[in-house]
Ligand binder design. Structure first.
Ligand code: HDD
Length: 750
């Protein structure tokens, strides 16, 4: 303060000597003119932030502290400024030598604006580039205490989380519904530090050793010469690799199953894949596999739906997640563990727990729920949160440790390393979305994008100058992370693989045998589609040979589809028992958030349509009234989708309340089927009903809606097609059907 007041006094003395300053101006040069064009937008009251996007001022939605207030980061402050805070009089015109002259290099604001824009993009993730994120909360059940001392698992303990779902192969702008593995990465901001569970929706991986990760990724990514195809495995290099590298066959079979095309992120399971080691308060250890179980059940698209949606709504999964959260239908998953004794050989009933290409069937080791995840908040800013979040399998908390799984060991290196390029330097954990909620007291200093202003002079240990601070936590009592003292070194250094990793086929067969006939048919179709897209005959033949080692029926069906002879496996088929828990079908689930379309015609039976909408909403489902035009129908019912904009693929079930006649100008091309001796039906509605029928969706109709079914060729006397006299009765039956997601019984293989 003494220094300050001396400086102020000196300035006051100097000021007294200065008279008013005139702006010097060269002769003949006019004073600065006001801009000719007025501000294009008149000030109006800004819109309030969406309810699920409000965050306390100085905290991000995750709860980490930001460096700026909300007003400073939103478009809400009164005056536009430069990034250094100077108010701007004009951001619409560059500084020029005359209003028709060249632009001047001295226009600092122009250069700042364009430079910042030029650098708005950062490298996308090398894998999992396409993703969607949400905030939420995890609540522990407390029952994991005997095996794990992690504080966030304590009974009733609430921990904020951020989850990022993703596809693996595609670029940031690729479609959501491609056939691919899905990422399911969760960051728990626990009191003991961040814990990241970086999981997938498939419980096994393509390779057993991380050193092969670049190989599978290079094979799956688009071909390097023309960069096609985008976001899919249906091409030569992928099948070249997996057919040669047979340990990839298990993961590949999961991809070819319905798991490769989830209906929604909300209906996906998640798997930590590796076996982790947990430690309790007494220091006793157990081996565990983590599972996420969706409350809405596991549910997938059909392949035709997935392809159609790729064009109709490439953001289908992102939109579905955000809409559900915004509407308050918060998605939920239970975190569960399979628990195994921590034996010296780290195996369970002959299954090597360190082999990431193997599952342990739930019939042998049940998944025990230990907590509940609820996603409650959308992101405020996609880039700041979903794009900048950095996960790392090494972000562990006391009570959870890694094992020697060679895939996991490489991941421990890769996840920090990749952020150094992607987020440009070593300080990425200071980015708001990555900041722990636990106090951070590290000795990492400087580097690109350092945001902290570290005090003290002794960022080294031991020191005396900063009082010896900070100190080591002494052990579990102080909440320290303690590495589990497992024995590691009674072996020789070698590049090799254990014999127990050598079996590449028995669990693939196990998966195949566990599928229902419908699911098997989908797998056959998927292999046939993908291999048909390969150009190289040798690759198709090699993959058929791999299928022969899994199951002769599977191999024969795919071979028939490809028009090739089915090979026979030289060795005997592995003998395995099926695991019914692997099938997605045969159970009933809550219908929350399911979308029911109601097709209406202006001159149809509109009575009661509004009541139906209310009934659907009351049951926590979503109703889309689909009509010939936007706005309102003659009875005042609001239309959510027009025939022009709505497609069946958005719906889980459809109700038909009328038989809309073809609109004369809907299709400029003559519609041949409209001349058939059936009730004339708008071709877009016919397509919708045909697709719903083909995709095994529940269909209901009453009144003239029954004529629409006939005109679309939808039989009324089959399972899953409900007709009646009253919409409410039909809805009640459709709702029951929806509990099993689809009506597979009426399909050919049902
Ligand atoms: Fe990985 C991202 C999941 C093996 C290297 N991985 C990434 C993401 C998920 C997974 C969900 C996206 C995270 C996000 O949303 O930001 N990865 C897995 C699973 C694996 C696996 C379940 C096997 C069990 N990964 C794996 C290996 C390596 C990597 C073996 C390297 C040797 N993974 C990465 C990466 C990524 C990544 C290159 C890209 C972006 C990132 O990390 O942050 O480091």
């Amino acid at each position: 303060n003494a220094v300050r007041s001396a400086v102020t006094q000196a300035a006051e003395v100097a000021l007294e000597k200065v008279a008013g300053l005139d702006t010097p101006r060269a002769p003949g040069v006019p004073a600065a003119k006001p801009p000719k064009v007025a501000e294009p937008t008149k000030p109006i009251e800004p819109l309030p932030p969406k309810p699920d996007q409000t965050g306390p001022d100085r905290r991000t939605p995750t709860g980490a502290e930001t460096l700026v207030t909300r007003d400073q980061v939103a478009q809400q402050g009164k005056f536009l400024t430069t990034s250094t805070g100077a108010r701007l009089r004009d951001t619409d015109h560059s500084l020029k030598a005359g209003d028709r002259g060249p632009t001047l290099l001295q226009d600092h604001h122009l250069r700042e604006k364009i430079t910042h824009f030029d650098h708005e993009r950062i490298p996308e993730r090398v894998v999992h580039a396409r993703g969607s994120g949400a905030h939420g909360v995890f609540v522990g059940y407390g029952n994991a205490k005997p095996i794990c001392r992690a504080g966030f698992l304590a009974r009733g303990k609430e921990t904020p989380v951020f989850v990022r779902f993703s596809t693996v192969l595609g670029s940031r702008g690729s479609a959501d519904t491609v056939r691919d593995t899905r990422g399911f990465a969760t960051k728990f901001y626990t009191d003991e530090g961040n814990f990241d569970l970086v999981a997938n929706n498939i419980p096994v991986f393509f390779v057993q050793d991380g050193i092969k990760f670049p190989d599978i990724v290079h094979a799956g990514k688009p071909h390097p010469d023309r960069e096609i195809p985008q976001a899919q495995s249906a091409h030569d290099t992928f099948w070249d690799f997996v057919s040669l590298h047979t340990e990839a066959q298990h993961h590949t079979m999961w991809n070819m199953s319905d798991r490769g095309i989830p209906r929604s992120y909300r209906t996906m399971e998640g798997f930590g894949v590796h076996t982790f080691r947990t430690v309790n308060q007494q220091g006793e250890t157990a081996l565990v596999k983590f599972h996420w179980k969706p409350k809405l059940g596991v549910h997938s698209l059909t392949w035709e739906e997935a392809q159609l949606i790729g064009g109709i709504d490439p953001d289908f999964h992102r939109r579905d997640l955000a809409d559900a959260i915004e509407s308050g239908a918060y998605p939920q998953w239970e975190l569960g563990v399979q628990v195994f004794e921590d034996t010296a050989d780290e195996t369970f009933q002959g299954i090597d727990l360190l082999d990431p290409t193997k599952i342990v069937p739930e019939e042998l080791a049940p998944v025990q729920p230990i907590g509940l995840l609820t996603l409650t908040g959308n992101t405020t800013n996609f880039f700041a949160e979903t794009e900048q979040i950095a996960f790392h399998v090494g972000n562990l908390v006391p009570g959870i440790d890694v094992t020697n799984d060679p895939l996991l060991q490489t991941r421990l290196f890769s996840y920090v390393d990749t952020q150094l390029t992607r987020l440009a330097g070593p300080n990425f954990n200071q980015i708001p979305i990555n900041r722990p909620h636990a106090p951070v007291n590290d000795m990492f200093r400087d580097g690109f994008h350092q945001h902290a202003v570290h005090a003290g002079v002794a960022p080294y240990k031991p020191n005396s100058l900063d009082g010896g601070c900070p100190f080591h936590a002494s052990g579990p009592r102080d909440g320290a992370f303690v590495d589990v003292p497992v024995r590691v070194a009674e072996s020789v250094k070698e590049r090799d693989v254990p014999v127990s990793f050598a079996d590449h086929f028995s669990q693939v067969r196990l998966f195949w045998l566990s599928m229902t006939p419908v699911e098997k048919q989908h797998i056959i179709n998927a292999y046939t589609f993908e291999l048909s897209r390969c150009y190289e005959q040798a690759i198709r033949e090699r993959q058929l040979l791999a299928l022969a080692r899994i199951d002769p029926e599977l191999c024969a069906e795919v071979a028939t589809g490809l028009g090739l002879p089915a090979p026979t496996a030289e060795e005997a088929l592995p003998v395995v028992e099926a695991s019914p828990a692997l099938s997605q079908l045969g159970q009933e689930w809550p219908t929350d958030g399911r979308i029911i379309g109601i097709v209406v015609a202006d001159d149809g039976d509109l009575d009661g349509v509004d009541d139906l909408v209310d009934a659907i909403t009351d049951h926590d489902m979503v109703a889309f009234v689909i009509g010939p035009h936007g706005g309102k129908l003659s009875n005042g019912t609001v239309v959510q989708r027009t025939f022009a904009a709505g497609r069946s693929v958005e719906l889980d079930a459809v109700l038909v309340a009328g038989c809309p006649a073809p609109a004369p100008d809907a299709f400029p091309v003559r519609d041949a089927k409209a001349d058939e001796p059936l009730a004339p039906l708008d071709p877009r509605v016919r397509l919708m009903l045909e697709e719903c029928y083909r995709h095994a969706k529940a269909i209901g109709a009453w009144g003239s809606g029954i004529e629409a079914l006939a005109a679309a060729g939808v039989p009324v006397d089959v399972t899953g097609v409900v007709t009646g006299t009253k919409g409410s009765d039909v809805l009640a039956e459709v709702e029951v059907l929806l509990r099993s997601h689809r009506v597979w019984e009426r399909t050919v293989v049902g």
